[in-house]
Design a protein around this ligand. Structure first.
Ligand code: PMT
Length: 408
């Protein structure tokens, strides 16, 4: 995690003392940690302690004389690879949901485009209060992630959900998000805004084909590759529409997401937008077949074998290839053997401009992994081999190739 920047906001709850361990663990993991405290947080724990643990100045007052512009709120907002708020009180959650920016923490988090993770910690009744739950739902809708509080005996004497989770769990989540998000300021610094004014459509994740009300046919796609492409396009200034299967990833800030379940739903969502798009990248793993007849009731365990009749799904990418006018069309190919041969057939058969081919049997490539190893195939026959790299870095490289091909 060398050089990854984590900004941690500490709001005023008794669990603020646990932030010391969070900062310490993030530092040990190699992160560069910057702390912002609310005034209330400084009543529970001193900025001095956090300054010593983080090794960076601690920001808590909007109005003190600026001594170091590098740590003021806009620079912290842009520098963040991940923005963590732990503990997050009902007050900071309410301010964020209501668009209030009246102190250093609330203004900085409003100015960031980094992934935001909140760790609510408060009295159980406060946490379960409909207003707090509504605010949490609103922030989730905006793409913010939440780590649910633990249940147990709280400092105020009540028992129930509201306790800040163990620092180790919070740090694991932050490191997981960092591994997907990459190093934003570096990316941003390298970003030329090449996709400004362009509308891009990206598909991600796997589709699910229902069998009966409780079962479906699915695949191993986590959505990481497609989401990395969406974030990299956003950072290049594109208007990004992400059409996603049902994955465990939150919608990244600054991106419009449409969630779909089946291949047919994905087809409808893609076709509805295709004509207005400049570039389409299809990273989703789409089911080639669906069940011919979805059973209205749960299938009972009767015979020793069960036969399902499958029918072919429409090939969305092929349809786009036939329909494309001005669009630049990029497909993916997930192969387990004869990568180049199968990938070339897909590039040609689907009338693509570029194809990203991955051998999903290779360690560090394909489904679920944080890295990928691919070959890029172009319509004029060129093939480029790329070494193993993070999906985030690969996404940047793919957009660089696309903008070069389009001379933009
Ligand atoms: O999501 P991750 O866990 O990060 O994993 C990334 C990935 C392995 C899913 C990704 O790198 C990848 O390879 N995506 C394409 C998976 C796939 O379905 O490949 P395919 O070879 O079966 O399909 C070829 C292309 O046609 C793909 O662009 C696919 O989106 C598209 N397709 C396929 C079938 C279909 N019915 N309609 C389609 O549009």
């Amino acid at each position: 995690m060398d050089h990854k920047n984590v900004v941690i906001g500490i709001s005023g709850g008794i669990a603020a003392y646990k932030a010391v361990e969070i900062v310490s663990r993030l530092k040990k993991a190699g992160c560069n940690v910057h702390v912002i405290m609310t005034q209330a947080a400084t009543r529970f724990i001193t900025p001095l302690t956090l300054r010593e643990i983080s090794g960076n100045p601690v920001v808590f007052d909007m109005w003190t004389e600026v001594t170091n512009w590098n740590v003021e709120h806009i620079s912290l907002a842009t520098m963040a690879d991940v923005f963590l708020i732990a503990p997050a009180t009902a007050n900071i959650i309410g301010k964020m949901a209501g668009g209030i920016a009246d102190d250093m923490l609330s203004t900085t988090v409003m100015a960031t485009t980094a992934p935001v993770i909140l760790c609510p910690a408060m009295n159980t009744n406060m946490y379960l209060h409909p207003i707090v739950q509504e605010n949490i739902a609103k922030l989730k809708q905006l793409g913010h992630q939440f780590i649910d509080p633990d249940s147990g005996q709280l400092a105020c004497g009540t028992e129930g959900p509201g306790r800040l989770p163990e620092p180790v769990r919070i740090v694991q989540q932050v490191l997981g998000v960092l591994s997907i998000a990459g190093t934003r300021p570096k990316d941003k610094a390298n970003s030329n805004g090449n996709l400004r004014g362009k509308k891009v459509l990206i598909t991600a994740g796997g589709t699910r084909e229902p069998i009966d009300p409780v079962r479906y046919i699915g695949n191993r796609s986590s959505g990481k590759m497609g989401y990395a492409l969406a974030e990299a396009a956003r950072d290049e200034g594109a208007e990004v529409l992400l059409i996603s299967g049902m994955v465990d990833l939150s919608c990244p800030p600054g991106i419009t997401r449409v969630t779909v379940e089946t291949a047919e739903e994905m087809r409808q969502a893609v076709l509805a937008e295709f004509d207005h798009c400049d570039i389409v990248v299809k990273a989703a793993a789409v089911a080639d077949y669906r069940v011919a007849e979805i059973q209205p009731q749960k299938i009972k365990k009767t015979g020793d074998t069960l036969t399902l009749n499958l029918v072919k799904n429409p090939d969305i990418l092929k349809e786009l290839g036939q329909r494309k006018a001005h669009q630049y069309l990029v497909g993916f190919a997930a192969e387990t053997q004869e990568l180049l041969q199968h990938a070339t057939a897909k590039l040609e058969g689907k009338n693509l401009d570029m194809l990203v081919a991955n051998d999903v049997t290779m360690a560090g490539a394909g489904f679920q992994s944080d890295t990928n190893i691919v070959k890029l195939l172009f319509a004029d026959g060129r093939v480029e081999d790329l070494p193993q790299m993070s999906k985030r870095e690969l996404a940047i490289q793919i957009w660089q190739r696309i903008t070069a091909e389009l001379s933009i």
